[in-house]
Design a protein around this ligand. Structure first.
Ligand SMILES: *[C@@H]1O[C@H](CO)[C@@H](O)[C@H](O)[C@H]1NC(C)=O
Ligand SMILES: *[C@@H]1O[C@H](CO)[C@@H](O)[C@H](O)[C@H]1NC(C)=O
Ligand SMILES: *[C@@H]1O[C@H](CO)[C@@H](O)[C@H](O)[C@H]1NC(C)=O
Length: 319
């Protein structure tokens, strides 16, 4: 009898212990009102009082198996960054920008579309897929974490006072959205408080840092007067008369304009643009949102848009 009681008590203690673990204070949403606005703090994932943290956050609708689906070939033997990229590094990096609205703006469908759009850009920049690749051409995102055969070291002497190249450092493309050139490593490093100008190699050694730099780029306008890719996508951005005349409308097409300018946009239906769009449509299907939610061609494409910025060494000059 006594022995059985002890077993029951031990069992109860275990239950209590599990319960306490489930109520880990880090995952409890804290809520307060500021000027009538509901603000929340969700601990590590969406930290700091923000209206965006009151709704679902990324881990609520995007889980490991979905990441594995989207990037199913990244660890295949022929890939070039086997073992580097994982779900946890994406979530850890994304968590820092969730209080600013990354993946936390609007209803669940818009949130899933934004994560799909961001990851579609990542996939198209890091893919080693091609037309007849197994699994199809869009299953090969995150195959790389760096440019494999750089033709130069991407040191622009024009920035020798602001972002001087470190002796021996190579500023070839690295990351989830590739960073090229000393001035881009310098500016990204300043924003992230990591010395990337002297240590550009950190980006190919640390997947969390690589994703963090990419989400930062997604969230940050090239110029103050222009939208970030995030703002253009979720509809925070209100186009000016100039934008309307330039065929720039909120949506996926304008995210390409922000990230790539005239390298991809304003040149009609070119392959490089269609490849990025196809990754996005493929991901919408895999996420269960469905490509029919992508919107009409004018919103998806930037074929007819006037680029925000001409490509020159003084702005993003990737690839
Ligand atoms: C929170 O979710 C609701 C309902 O889905 C949505 O209408 C609202 O815009 C979301 N809040 C923010 C800050 O995006
Ligand atoms: C990787 O980068 C993240 C984000 O900057 C940082 O918090 C972490 O300490 C880095 N990991 C290593 C092993 O350096
Ligand atoms: C509108 O576009 C023209 C031509 O690109 C430019 O010169 C002008 O400064 C723009 N106006 C505003 C308000 O941005």
């Amino acid at each position: 009898m006594g022995g059985r009681n002890i077993v029951v008590i031990l069992g109860l203690m275990l239950l209590v212990a599990f319960h306490v673990a489930e109520c880990d204070p880090d995952t409890v949403t804290k809520v307060k009102k500021v000027d009538g606005k509901k603000m929340c703090d969700k601990g590590w994932e969406c930290k700091g009082w923000s209206i965006y943290c009151c709704n679902e956050t990324i881990t609520d609708y995007f889980q490991t198996y979905q990441f594995e689906n989207l990037f199913s070939k990244r660890n295949s033997p022929v890939a070039h960054a086997v073992g580097f990229w994982d779900y946890k590094s994406f979530i850890t990096a994304a968590a820092l920008y969730e209080p600013l609205g990354f993946g936390t703006t609007g209803d669940k469908k818009l949130k899933m579309k934004e994560v799909s759009a961001f990851l579609a850009h990542v996939a198209s920049q890091t893919s080693c897929g091609y037309g007849v690749a197994t699994g199809g051409p869009y299953a090969w995102g995150l195959c790389y974490n760096r440019e494999m055969s750089p033709s130069q070291s991407y040191c622009d002497e024009f920035f020798k006072y602001t972002y001087p190249c470190a002796p021996g450092a190579e500023y070839y493309g690295r990351g989830a959205l590739l960073i090229y050139w000393n001035y881009n490593y310098g500016a990204t490093g300043e924003a992230l408080k990591v010395d990337l100008l002297n240590h550009p190699e950190y980006v190919e050694q640390n997947a969390t840092l690589a994703f963090q730099a990419a989400v930062w780029k997604w969230m940050t306008p090239v110029k103050k007067s222009q939208p970030s890719a995030h703002d253009a996508f979720v509809g925070n951005w209100k186009p000016t008369k100039n934008d309307t005349l330039s065929k720039r409308v909120p949506g996926f097409g304008t995210t390409m304009n922000v990230l790539y300018g005239d390298r991809v946009c304003g040149q009609g239906d070119i392959d490089s643009m269609n490849n990025i769009i196809s990754h996005y449509l493929y991901f919408l299907d895999l996420m269960g949102v469905g490509r029919e939610e992508a919107g009409p061609h004018e919103v998806l494409s930037c074929a007819e848009q006037v680029p925000f910025n001409p490509s020159s060494p003084s702005n993003t000059a990737s690839s």
